[in-house]
Design a protein around this ligand. Structure first.
Ligand code: NAP
Length: 334
């Protein structure tokens, strides 16, 4: 069976997912697209030969569409997810699930009402070889219980006119929140955000920032976000445990040695760094959606991360430690 996917939002990541479904992966086709910019949608529809729908609601309701891939901006996610759930159609939703806890709660309530998981959220680091190897080593008890997680998230640069200080938490650090929960288990319960000496390249931007988090397991986590660091897109992760340390490996496949030095490549951006993780993430979603379900990061994960992001934003503004407000996890996500 070929899964007929409808793509909502044909911007940067929407176009990238259309490319991977059309050129890289098997078992699915992009059957429909929609975007407020009709010309953008028409261009995105060309290669897969997809139908251009006037709006998301018509596409969600169409018999020609089996599953939805939501790549619109965060505030538009809920209005697409709820009717997709009504129609019992599997959904892949790019992060964030929704930008407020209240909207995430409405989505969870709707999925719980359906009674089975239909939503997968786009936290692709869980599909990265490095993070998976860290998790395997943890599960094999190679360092005993994990105690402290250190995450580093470094961008070469961000557009000065588009990127705000809040986005360092709500757009960038959310991926680190996700792998903190994925690797360390439990929930992030409290967060404090420090900003010290600024990178002069960012103007008024609070950059870098450092978050310190407390976890429900009793463990701790730190996360540095630096978004104008110049040299490349560099992701770091290290776990200190009772009997050792697990570090994520460098990604360069070869090291060049010359002139009394050695060199390896640092990825230019997140697309290069996580290209195979995105492929695997969408591949696994296609398989689960073809059976009418979902896998990987759930709506509960999306809700929990929005809750941490809310607390992180308040912590960044106030300089205080802020408790994460999170409700009871429904049995569906146990
Ligand atoms: P983008 O380039 O701005 O694309 C978003 C597209 O969605 C635009 O074409 C936009 O049209 C369209 N759109 C807005 N509202 C819509 C609606 N109601 N129905 C249909 N289309 C709508 O943004 P992007 O960088 O692709 O990001 C899209 C989403 O993916 C965001 O939630 C972002 O956080 C997420 N993302 C995730 C990752 C990751 O690593 N997992 C990476 C990048 C992005 P207009 O421009 O006309 O509004």
């Amino acid at each position: 069976m070929t899964l007929n996917i409808g793509v909502i939002g044909c911007g940067m990541i929407g176009q990238d997912h259309i490319r991977r479904i059309t050129d890289v992966l098997a078992g699915a086709r992009v059957a429909g697209v929609t975007d407020p910019d009709h010309d953008r949608a028409a261009k995105a529809a060309e290669k897969p030969g997809a139908k251009v729908f006037d709006d998301a609601q018509t596409m969600i309701a169409s018999d020609e569409i089996d599953a939805l891939l939501i790549c619109s901006w965060g505030p538009a996610h809920e209005e697409a997810i709820l009717p997709a759930l009504e129609a019992s159609k599997p959904v892949f939703c790019e992060k964030p699930l929704a930008p407020t806890r209240e909207a995430c709660q409405r989505i969870i309530d709707a999925e719980v009402k359906v009674g089975r998981r239909l939503i997968q959220v786009g936290f692709m680091r869980r599909y990265d070889r490095g993070y998976r190897a860290m998790k395997d080593a943890l599960d094999a008890r190679e360092i005993g219980a994990p105690l402290i997680f250190h995450s580093k998230h470094r961008n070469a640069e961000v557009p000065a006119d588009l990127y705000t200080s809040d986005m360092a938490v709500s757009d960038t650090m959310v991926h680190d929140f996700d792998v903190t929960r994925y690797l360390m288990g439990g929930e992030i319960t409290r967060i404090r955000v420090f900003h010290g000496k600024k990178n002069s390249k960012g103007g008024d931007l609070r950059d870098p920032i450092l978050a310190v988090m407390e976890l429900s397991t009793g463990g701790l986590a730190t996360c540095e976000v630096s978004v104008n660091i110049g040299y490349g897109y560099d992701i770091g992760a290290e776990i200190s445990g009772e009997n050792g340390v697990i570090d994520i490996a460098e990604t360069n496949a070869a090291v060049v040695k010359n002139g009394s030095a050695f060199h390896g490549r640092v990825p230019a951006d997140w697309r290069e760094r996580f290209i195979t993780a995105y492929d695997l993430e969408i591949d696994e979603w296609i398989r689960a959606a073809s059976k009418g379900g979902a896998t990987g990061p759930s709506a509960w994960d999306g809700y929990a991360i929005t809750a941490v992001s809310d607390a992180g934003l308040e912590a960044a503004r106030t300089g205080e430690a802020v408790d994460v407000r999170i409700g009871e996890m429904p049995d569906l996500y146990a």
